[in-house]
Design a protein around this ligand. Structure first.
Ligand code: CUA
Length: 343
C-alpha cells in the first residue's frame, strides 16, 4: 500500500472515530442560537459543496473535450488552427466570465450575507425584560461564575434554568479568553477591561461542555467548564443551596482542617463564605464539594484528585497560579476532611 493510501485510510478512520466520542459538537444544537447558527452552517456547507462539484464537473468536461480534440499526425502542421478550436469563441468566453465570475458569486455571496445578518439579528436582540444575569470572568486558566442578584460566586460550573434566555456578561481578569458552549451558542471573546454580553438559552435540560476558544497560554486546552441546564425548580433548589453558608466544622478533624486552611495561606487566594478566608486570586471554595470537577473541568471532583491537586498542582496543570504544598500526610487528611464538608 502506498504511503498516500495509508495516510488516506488513517484520515478516514480518524474522521469515523471522532463521531464516537462525546466531544461537544456545534452540529448538535440544544439552544435556540445554536440551532440558528447550525442552519446557517448547513446552508453554507451545502452551497459550497454544490459549487465545488459544479466547478470540478466543468473542469473535467473541459479536460475531456481537450483530449478528444488531440491533433492527428496529418493535422500536425495546422496545430495553431487546432489550438484555436479549443478556445471558446470570444463572445462565449465573455459570457462565461460575466455569468460565472460576476453574476453567480454576487448572488451566492449576497444570499450568504443576508442569511448571516438575519441569524446575527435574531440571536442578539433583546429577548427578556428582566433577565437572570450571570457574569463570567476569565482567568488563566479557570472560569469565575457570578450571579450578582443572587449573591452567588462559584467556578467552572454555570447553572441556568431551561426555556428562558439568560444574560451572560463576559470579561477577563488577565488575557483574552473566549466563551464557547458549542451546543448552545457561538463564541464570544472575553476581553480585559470591557464587558461583552449575549443571550444564552438552553431548550433541553442537560450538561453541556464549554471551552475556551481563544489561545490564552500553555493551559488553554485545559480551560473547560460545565453548563448545567435544569428545569426552573431544580435551578431554584441549586440557588438556595449555593446561597446557604457552608456548615461550621463540628469534628476535631474538620476543625483542624479549617485551621490548616488558614495557616497554610490557602485563605490568601481563596474565599470560603462565613469564614475569614476572603482571597480573590483563585476560585471561591464556599461550595467546593458540590462541584463535579476540579482544576477547570480536567479532574473529577473526588477526595483522591483533590489531595493530588493540593500537593502538586503544577504536576497536573503546569503554569497555573496555585503553588505546591508541603503538608504532612495527617495535615492533608484533615484539610481534605474539612474541604469535603463544603457542599
Ligand atoms: Cu482561556 Cu484559552
Amino acid at each position: 500500500m502506498s504511503h498516500f493510501c495509508r495516510f488516506l485510510t488513517l484520515l478516514l478512520l480518524s474522521c469515523l472515530l471522532t463521531a464516537c466520542n462525546a466531544a461537544p459538537s456545534a452540529l448538535r444544537g440544544a439552544g435556540r442560537a445554536a440551532v440558528e447558527i447550525n442552519q446557517l452552517w448547513w446552508f453554507m456547507a451545502i452551497t459550497g459543496t454544490l459549487i465545488y462539484v459544479g466547478v470540478m464537473g466543468l473542469l473535467l468536461w473541459a479536460y475531456g473535450r481537450r483530449r478528444n480534440h488531440k491533433p492527428t499526425a496529418d493535422q500536425h502542421s495546422s496545430l495553431t488552427t487546432a489550438a484555436q478550436d479549443l478556445l471558446p469563441s470570444s463572445s462565449g468566453g465573455t459570457r462565461m466570465i460575466v455569468l460565472g465570475g460576476i453574476v453567480m458569486p454576487s448572488l451566492v455571496l449576497s444570499a450568504v450575507y443576508a442569511f448571516t445578518l438575519e441569524t446575527l439579528w435574531s440571536i442578539s436582540g433583546q429577548q427578556r425584560a428582566e433577565p437572570l444575569v450571570i457574569e463570567v470572568v476569565g482567568h488563566q486558566w479557570w472560569w469565575e461564575i457570578r450571579y450578582p442578584a443572587q449573591g452567588i460566586v462559584t467556578a467552572n460550573e454555570l447553572y441556568l434554568p431551561i426555556g428562558q434566555p439568560v444574560r451572560i456578561e463576559l470579561t477577563s481578569e488577565d488575557v483574552i479568553h473566549s466563551f464557547w458552549v458549542p451546543e448552545l451558542h457561538g463564541k464570544l471573546d472575553m476581553i480585559p477591561g470591557r464587558t461583552n454580553s449575549f443571550w444564552l438559552e438552553a431548550e433541553e435540560a442537560g450538561d453541556y461542555w464549554g471551552l475556551c476558544a481563544e489561545f490564552c497560554g500553555v493551559q488553554h486546552a485545559n480551560m473547560l467548564y460545565l453548563v448545567m441546564a435544569r428545569p426552573q425548580v431544580e435551578f431554584d433548589t441549586w440557588v438556595a443551596a449555593q446561597q446557604a453558608l457552608p456548615p461550621t466544622p463540628t469534628t476535631e478533624l474538620t476543625r483542624q482542617g479549617q485551621q490548616i486552611f488558614m495557616d497554610a495561606a490557602c485563605d490568601s487566594c481563596h474565599t470560603i463564605a462565613g469564614t475569614a478566608a476572603v482571597g480573590r486570586l483563585g476560585p471561591d471554595l464556599t461550595h467546593l464539594a458540590s462541584r463535579r470537577t476540579l482544576a477547570s473541568g480536567i479532574l473529577e471532583n473526588n477526595i483522591g484528585s483533590l489531595g493530588g491537586w493540593i500537593i502538586n498542582p503544577q504536576h497536573i496543570k503546569p503554569g497555573n497560579l496555585m503553588p505546591s504544598s508541603d503538608l504532612s500526610g495527617p495535615q492533608l487528611q484533615a484539610l481534605l476532611a474539612y474541604l469535603e464538608t463544603l457542599d
